[in-house]
Design a protein around this ligand. Sequence first.
Ligand SMILES: C[S@@+](CC[C@H](N)C(=O)[O-])C[C@H]1O[C@@H](n2cnc3c(N)ncnc32)[C@H](O)[C@@H]1O
Length: 315
Amino acid sequence: MMATRAQQRPERAEPARSGEQGRDFEFTSADFARIRDLIHRSAGISLSDHKRDMAYSRLARRLRARGLDTFKQYLDLLEAENDPAEWEAFTNALTTNLTAFFREAHHFPILAEFVPRRAQPVSVWCSAASTGEEPYSIAMTLIEALGESGARHASVLATDIDTQVLAKAEAGMYQFDQVKHLSPERLKRFFLKGTGAHAGMVKVRPEVRSLVRFEQLNLTDRDYQLRSQFDAIFCRNVMIYFDKPTQAQVLGRFEPLMKSGGLLFAGHSENFTYVTQAFKLRGQTVYELTRDTAGGARAAPARTTSHASTSGVTA
Ligand SMILES: C[S@@+](CC[C@H](N)C(=O)[O-])C[C@H]1O[C@@H](n2cnc3c(N)ncnc32)[C@H](O)[C@@H]1O
């Protein structure tokens, strides 16, 4: 398998960490190798060697929660019990969720220019939505580009493998610090200011929130069970954690889910040119579907989602 750039770092000569000072739990090289294998099989994530400390500290919480003494015990239990809730906690612990509103800002004017030219209503899939900043930025861009009434029927499907970040995304509440770089116009138009117990926080306005539907989806699943096609897919800063064969499989599944002429937005360090022929680079890490895929999406049962309530915030 080919490794991503992050995984191509020279291997550090590290001693086995069994009994290492300052650690509460025994954590050996064999444990880390097993964690890498399990997270690769379950989520497609290739953990590089320098993520060893991160894996220890994040999973140590699971050992405490389960009252275990060693990583071996925890990993044995994970595999033997095969409990979906523990697998979910294991996966949630090992994902990296860094994101921001209007991150990689050059993509949003491209989206704004693209959507009015499409047959309406437009639909966008944000496939590694993390804590929601990205899908809400997409929804805000749709409102800016199409107007409030034009965007009313537009939709953003926001998915992620990590259920914990999705819960935060659904709530749509953020620290003011996370939005302070936005223009005063955007702040006023798209956010409510927290009061009382929520002072120092903002909440995404219901008009933005209502465009976005959150669901859990593992990009390495064989069948995404999505029933419709998208005008644009955002898949930013997640493929970097996947090896090339996994990237190729994911891109192969995106293809029939895109409307003709649809755009695929990638992260700043992700390059799909050598992974697929189906998408050609348009520039600025935006790819265009090269084939006509009209009617290509499979029908599947609709998924259900929950919506957060809106309390403690005012305009
Ligand atoms: C670094 S964040 C990127 C967030 C956002 N796309 C951005 O660029 O700001 C990567 C996200 O990918 C998600 N992820 C990792 N593996 C995944 C998988 N197999 N399927 C779906 N999401 C995954 C993680 O949970 C995390 O929220």
